[in-house]
Design a protein around this ligand. Structure first.
Ligand SMILES: Nc1ncnc2c1ncn2[C@@H]1O[C@H](COP(=O)(O)OP(=O)(O)OP(=O)(O)O)[C@@H](O)[C@H]1O
Ligand SMILES: O=C(O)c1ccc[n+]([C@@H]2O[C@H](COP(=O)([O-])O)[C@@H](O)[C@H]2O)c1
Length: 221
């Protein structure tokens, strides 16, 4: 696990362009749907690394309380620690203010250099919203976008039809009907979240008392 990412892989052929997946999310909490999506896209696209980027302030989620950036960052670190290709970045947290993907991608480009290809990984629900994101027209110059299936969400939605076809790939991944909202609600109701999230996340949530009481971030209405 590194903050600045992995060095070029040993044995990588000369001239190989480093392929960096970027998995942005609020991760409140991170769950196996996120991890499977990242793993599947890494396999399909031969990614050298997937960097998970917890949002600073997710401006489209302001209607509810969100756990602190540090709790979400630590959960993301714990959940990805066992995979040598998964790393975590604090760029969105350190920048401060509302989080915009256009800034995330520019910061990662500046940090990693020009000989890196960026692949932004997103669920079909988020991809369908992309035209509402800040600087939407610029996004497709910064990265290739990979939209993955998510139960209950149409992969080929009309909104996705408006996106530049050469800049996006739609991809089926094993369906995991897990959401952070459901994990928070289950915790608040005293129901188990074992096997929906990595074991360390169950323990972290219990230790920190996240989502447990009305008025806490689990109070998602
Ligand atoms: N089960 C899943 N399968 C595939 N993609 C997912 C899944 N859950 C989340 N994603 C994608 O992961 C990214 C980050 O998601 P996010 O952190 O908002 O999780 P979430 O479960 O959607 O959270 P919430 O329920 O709080 O809205 C988004 O692009 C989202 O579409
Ligand atoms: O750039 C934007 O305006 C924008 C608006 C909403 C979401 N995003 C990004 O989409 C990713 C998933 O967001 P979320 O809110 O579903 O966790 C995360 O990286 C967000 O920063 C980006």
């Amino acid at each position: 696990m590194t903050e600045t990412g992995l060095a070029r892989r040993p044995g990588t052929p000369r001239g190989h362009r480093y392929r960096l997946g970027v998995m942005g999310g609020t991760f409140d909490p991170i769950h196996h749907g996120h991890l499977v999506a990242a793993s599947e896209v890494a396999s399909r696209f031969g990614l050298d690394e997937v960097v998970f980027v917890p949002t600073g302030v997710p401006w489209q989620k302001k209607h509810r309380d969100v756990s602190t950036a540090e709790d979400r960052y630590l959960m993301t670190t714990i959940a990805t620690a066992s995979n040598p290709r998964f790393t975590v970045s604090r760029v969105d947290i350190e920048r401060g203010g509302d989080t915009y993907t256009v800034d995330t991608l520019k910061d990662l480009r500046a940090e990693r250099g020009d000989d890196v290809d960026l692949f932004f990984i997103t669920g079909a629900d988020a991809l369908a919203q992309i035209l509402t994101w800040r600087g939407a027209d610029e996004l497709f110059e910064l990265a290739h976008f990979v939209g993955v299936t998510r139960p209950g969400v149409e992969l080929h939605s009309p909104a996705v039809g408006h996106l530049p076809p050469d800049k996006i790939t739609l991809m089926e991944v094993p369906a995991l009907a897990i959401s952070s909202t459901a994990c928070r609600a289950r915790t608040q109701e005293g129901e188990p979240i074992w096997y929906l999230v990595p074991d360390g996340i169950v323990q972290y949530i219990a230790k920190r008392g996240l989502y447990a009481h009305p008025g806490d971030p689990s109070d998602a209405s």
